[in-house]
Design a protein around this ligand. Structure first.
Ligand SMILES: Cc1cc2nc3c(=O)[nH]c(=O)nc-3n(C[C@H](O)[C@H](O)[C@H](O)COP(=O)(O)O)c2cc1C
Length: 300
């Protein structure tokens, strides 16, 4: 950490780890693959989702609504981060299946209020990013005048019970938290270091297989951080992810081309993923085999 600001070292380590993962090829008995994702009773064309972003209007007017529209056009799920109620309503009105991620506000009533709003607005699922309670050098974080506080397990248990929507915890990066989430009855986790909120965070793909072993396919596992191509997504799926979220790589295309730019990035990455699946005899998302991955312990 330099002067209390993030250095980006976790992003560098995450990229190096991703690039160290190598793929064997399997041609005999191969076929054209199917990237259909079935999750929480719905079907999507791709396991690639937009990440829980926010403040996109800085890049493009109605940025989050256009992000959601792009996801919908590509047959993908859209996540939503911090944002006004009207923004979430706009994303859902754009046709998207939206997973709303709420901040861990100190004012727990406002969390419940946002859960109820997400339900009423027709969100696909709801959740909390548990990794946003603290701020470097400032104690608890404060966003838009609202203080944050770490979530306690008993509070999480109550929140999960308070909604019929699938409840997802974003920011799981340890077996310990994964086990607590399971105990609370969450229906999904996002394995993420939230673009390096802590320097030297373990790369999500390094811890993913251990978390997958604990969850044994009982709940979907989303992954984000540093996934930039369909090949990166494929590596995550092979190591246990159910679906993968893309954040920063979407922003320049959103800025240049709006929803069509977002749609095209997701479609391009899905084609990339399809090719990698075909070249490794991976027929569908249910057919992911981690033995395709080789852990290359060298730099190149
Ligand atoms: C501009 C921006 C805004 C973000 N806002 C949120 C947010 O409100 N809630 C949240 O859970 N994550 C937020 N994130 C984190 C992303 O969801 C994601 O975890 C992170 O960017 C890593 O994915 P990436 O490497 O594909 O960008 C934000 C990221 C960016 C770049």
């Amino acid at each position: 950490m330099a002067n209390g600001r993030r250095t980006g070292v976790s992003d560098v380590i995450t990229k190096a780890y991703l690039d160290s993962l190598l793929l064997e090829v399997r041609h005999l008995d191969a076929c054209l693959p199917d990237t259909t994702l079935e999750i929480y009773g719905k079907t999507f064309k791709t396991p690639i989702t937009t990440a829980a972003l926010s403040h996109m209007s800085k890049n493009c007017a109605d940025g989050m609504v256009k992000m959601a529209k792009g996801a919908h056009l590509a047959g993908a799920i859209a996540f939503s981060g911090l944002g006004a109620k009207e923004e979430l309503e706009g994303m859902i009105a754009a046709g998207a299946s939206v997973i709303k991620i709420i901040k861990p506000y100190k004012d727990r009533d406002s969390i419940y209020d946002k859960i109820r709003h997400a339900e009423k607005a027709g969100a696909f699922a709801v959740g909390i990013d548990i990794d946003h309670a603290f701020s470097r050098g400032r104690g608890y974080d404060e966003i838009e005048g609202m203080e944050m506080r770490p979530l306690q397990l008993h509070e999480l248990c109550d929140m999960v019970k308070a909604t019929k929507l699938p409840f997802i915890i974003k920011g799981v990066l340890s077996i310990r938290d994964a086990e607590k989430c399971l105990e609370a009855g969450v229906q999904g986790m996002v394995i993420s270091h939230h673009n390096g909120r802590l320097d030297y965070s373990v790369p999500p793909l390094m811890i993913l297989p251990e978390i997958q072993k604990r969850t044994m396919g009982r709940i979907p596992l989303f992954v984000d951080c540093g996934l930039e191509s369909g090949i990166d997504v494929f590596k995550a799926l092979l190591l246990g992810a159910t679906a993968c979220s893309i954040g920063r790589p979407l922003i320049p295309r959103l800025k240049e081309q709006g929803e069509e730019g977002v749609r095209d990035v997701i479609l391009e990455m899905t084609k990339d993923l399809e090719y990698a699946m075909a070249m490794t005899s991976t027929k569908s998302l249910k057919d992911m085999d981690s033995s395709v991955v080789h852990f290359g312990n060298f730099t190149w």
